[in-house]
Write a protein that binds this ligand. Sequence first.
Ligand SMILES: [Fe+2]
Ligand SMILES: [Fe+2]
Length: 321
Amino acid sequence: MSAPVIAVEDSEEQAHFDALIDADLRIEPRDWMPEAYRKTLIRQISQHAHSEIIGMQPEANWITRAPSLKRKAILIAKVQDEAGHGLYLYSAAQTLGITREEMTDQLIEGRARYSSIFNYHTPTWADMGAIGWLVDGAAICNQVPLCRASYGPYGRAMVRICKEESFHQRQGFEILLELSNGTPEQKQMAQDAVNRWYWPSLMMFGPTDDASPNSARSMAWKIKRFSNDDLRQRFVGMCVPQFEALGLECPDKNLRFDEETGQWLMSEIDWSEFDAVLDGRGPANTERLKRRREAHENGAWVREAAAAYAAKQSAKDRIAA
Ligand SMILES: [Fe+2]
Ligand SMILES: [Fe+2]
């Protein structure tokens, strides 16, 4: 690429911004930033927040049917963590000048994206294991480098989120391990769930590098640190020994490590499925948005009560002052 990727404006402010990025320092809400950097972050952080919130649905589906009290308690805690992740991220996005209401409207009106992975169904208990192991596992690979993202509030939110994601991943692995060591039917149920989630979890890293035009700019801004394909490679490498430990088979029969290139060679991902789900034609897109809209409407009284309480408190504070 011949033109500089970042410097679109020739100003003192731009030079200061570039210097902060070059020095691996953080951009904070008080700092000047290029409009495109702000917009990219608002899009990425709000999509990430929406994914956490919509991501509560496929697992909440199993809270009332968890096989034991212990599993139920763990699953409730996990789903609650995801709500917390959504809240940290909405707060981080708000520091960039968008309101929570705007982001919520974008989501419930179907104008915003969220991770395509949450548009799949969870027909069995083993899906809770596969989601924790594969989906939270892929999220960790994506998100650990984001702890170093150049935008301060985003990076700091990610540190806390990643700690919780690793608990999520382990609880999923443990569900699968127990099923895999159970009856032949339980083992088959674990294998079927892994077969359902393996490919969609690889799609979570996004399109291949040559089909991902905005990646280079995000990397130059140090929002993103590794390319989609590099992260996907890292994830597959992490899964291989874990498949063995679980005693389950990887659904990709062609998967092998190429010593020469140091890369995992995998079967072609079905990108037409990814495009369809992104485009709103996945198995559960309509259901997920409908549920979110209902939850928003049913929660109106809570928002009104909280606003009335806050107004009363601030009136009291004014009198006291
Ligand atoms: Fe999360
Ligand atoms: Fe999670």
